[in-house]
Design a protein around this ligand. Structure first.
Ligand code: AMP
Length: 402
């Protein structure tokens, strides 16, 4: 399969060349022809699969085939500001040689520049739901000419409580439209919610349960209180090029990054409490490598398109095996190799079990010879463990090795 098969406008082909994309990714190979043929699409695909270009390319092509300047004909709804900026960037790169304008709309920044961009006329809006509805209410954004609606990261928007806003948006856009829905997971609830909003959608599924096999996984069992020590120890072992550390809360992200700074590392925290312009600056610095370590919460880091992340460290175990896959989706892309290192406590055992199932083998547990494990940890280790089977294996044997 090659991009030529899609017969995209030659100016888009130039954009593809500028972006350096040579071959469509599997999700692009399935979604682009369906979108071009006018079908609604439900795609289950995680970040890192090339899903953004999977909707941006056909969307741009369709805007060119029946040009109507100035009207907002494509709306992309996405959960976070960072994702909105990232999608906007992809549109700018792939649409470099096109007369198509795109505007980003999200909260946390002034209304006025967005109002101006909307007044000038924009064919594409990339928006977070809340601020978009503010604009609609003030009549500074009009959605009545939307022909293409992309709902990005639908599962996350559901988790973040955006669904009522999405439903309002679905009522605001014309019924006669094409809808594409992208989600990393597709559960019964989401299925029910999107039910009659899409017309005979083509379903495309990128096997989300299989994380990139260029990633090596390892668990570092430790007690909660010893995590700071363990993190320093783990960092010492890796010749870190670009490390993304995840914590469960914003406060913890701050604390961990402060601790790393005190230990002599250049690190920065990234979470939703930081002002938007600061977040963009941090991202840029992390992207360019001037800050090698970023400590982030899930929401802040969701879908971040940063290349060259060599290590993802879960300071806190994510709340599910699926979130684990989301997190590590940022490392080991394409042919690069990456490491996913997780500090695990005893409470994380259930999630590790799910993860082992997904990966098809127990994740390696690393016990460090020269690390001062604390009393509570050693006591827990000595406690008898109920044998549990997993894929026919007894996890108890793995646990005793710790
Ligand atoms: P996404 O899943 O949309 O976040 O994309 C992940 C990364 O893959 C981004 O850095 C894209 O620029 C890159 N990418 C997307 N499509 C292609 C392609 N066909 N060839 C090479 N890289 C791509």
């Amino acid at each position: 399969m090659s991009f030529e098969n899609f017969k995209l406008d030659p100016r888009i082909v130039r954009g593809l060349q500028a972006a350096g994309y040579e071959q469509p990714t599997p999700i692009q190979a399935s979604a682009i022809p369906a979108f071009l043929a006018g079908r609604d699409v439900i795609a289950t695909a995680q970040t890192g699969t090339g899903k953004t270009a999977a909707f941006v390319l056909p969307l741009l092509h369709k805007l060119l085939t029946h040009p109507k300047r100035g009207r907002t004909r494509a709306l992309i709804v996405t959960p976070t500001r960072e994702l909105a900026e990232q999608i906007h960037e992809v549109i700018k790169v792939l649409g470099k040689f096109l007369p198509v304008r795109s505007a980003t709309i999200y909260g946390g920044v002034g209304m006025q520049p967005q109002v101006k961009a909307l007044q000038r006329g924009t064919e594409v809006i990339v928006a977070c739901p809340g601020r978009l509805l503010d604009h609609v209410q003030r009549k500074t954004a009009k959605l009545d000419q939307v022909e293409m609606l992309v709902i990005d990261e639908a599962d996350r928007m559901l988790d973040m409580g955006f669904w009522p806003s999405i439903q309002k948006i679905l009522r605001l856009v014309p019924a006669e439209r094409q809808t594409l829905l992208f989600s990393a997971t597709f559960n019964t609830k989401l299925k029910y919610l999107v039910g009659n909003h899409l017309r005979d959608p083509k379903r495309i599924s990128q096997d989300i349960e299989a994380p990139a096999d260029t990633v090596a996984h390892a668990l570092y069992p430790v007690s909660q209180t010893m995590k700071p020590e363990m993190l320093l120890r783990v960092l010492k072992e890796i010749s870190s090029r670009s490390v993304l550390i995840f914590t469960r809360t914003k406060r913890r992200a701050d604390r961990v990054s402060e601790r790393l700074e005190r230990a002599g590392y250049t690190a920065v925290a990234m979470h939703a409490d930081k002002p938007q312009n600061q977040r963009l600056r941090i991202l840029e610095k992390f992207r360019t490598g001037s800050i090698p370590i970023m400590v982030a919460t899930d929401i802040a880091a969701r879908g971040l398109d940063i290349e060259n992340i060599s290590h993802v460290i879960n300071y806190d175990m994510p709340d599910s095996a699926t979130s684990y896959i989301h997190r590590i989706g940022r490392t080991g892309r394409a042919t690069r190799t990456g490491d996913a290192l997780t500090l695990m406590t005893w409470e994380d055992e259930d999630i590790v079990r799910d993860l082992n199932k997904i990966l098809g083998a127990p994740v390696e547990r690393r016990v460090l010879e020269d690390f001062q494990y604390d009393e509570p940890f050693l006591r827990q280790k000595a406690e008898p463990v109920k044998p549990k089977t997993l894929n026919g294996r007894h996890t108890v044997t793995v646990r005793r090795r710790m």
